[in-house]
Write a protein that binds this ligand. Sequence first.
Ligand SMILES: [Zn+2]
Length: 264
Amino acid sequence: MPTASGQRAADGVPARIPTKLPVLFRPPGRRNAMPFFFDPAYMLAIAPALLLGMWAQYRVRSTFTSASGEPAPLSGAAAARHILDSAGATDVAVERVPGQLTDHYDPRTKVLRLSDPVYSSRSLAAVGIAAHEAGHAIQDHSGYALMTLRNAAVGMANVGSGIGLTLFMMGLMGSIRPLAWAGIALFAATVFFQVVNLPVEIDASNRAKRQLVALGIVPQADMPHVNGVLNAAAWTYVAATLQSVLTLVYYASWLSHGERESEG
Ligand SMILES: [Zn+2]
């Protein structure tokens, strides 16, 4: 799950993967602009994603608050345990983790970690989020192909976000275009991870919605509260992915434009 503050939560997604390149350097060829100056064209290019992201974060906060006030028969931890056991994933442990919306499933240790409020609270918000994380554990347990691909891409994405940005900026500062292109290619690895991650997130939520009703944890009539939280969370992932895609396109087209200018 993403956090309400816009930081990416664990959820199997390393929190240190930045979803965008820094805005504080100028495109080559704009000779009047200060180096490392705020780039308004970049902000304009990613504006649709920023607006979508703001809207999604607002929806996460408002739906979470409203669903937190709706009672559920089980705590988040008990709901997760019930869903895992009924899917045969009895080897997955459910643990408590500090923080808010820090809920995630760790596929390496087969541990589902629920934040304090989700772990113990008997609310529709808590069982909704717990069921979503249980959905990830079941994806892993059942060998869901995109989950496997996502887990394989995590390492690549980490490298891409760390070294990629550094190479890109070094390439720009030193006017070494192949280096900047290598940086772009590595950043593309993080974008690939985010694109693969999207259907994994949506599938986990769909599993959660089905299981909550099928196991009688949430009556069908109360599902709009759960759906509201999970759908809003999905939109934050869509917004973050869109922002990365637009960023990638912006800087790639910017570099190739500069190449055409210097050739002609
Ligand atoms: Zn998730």
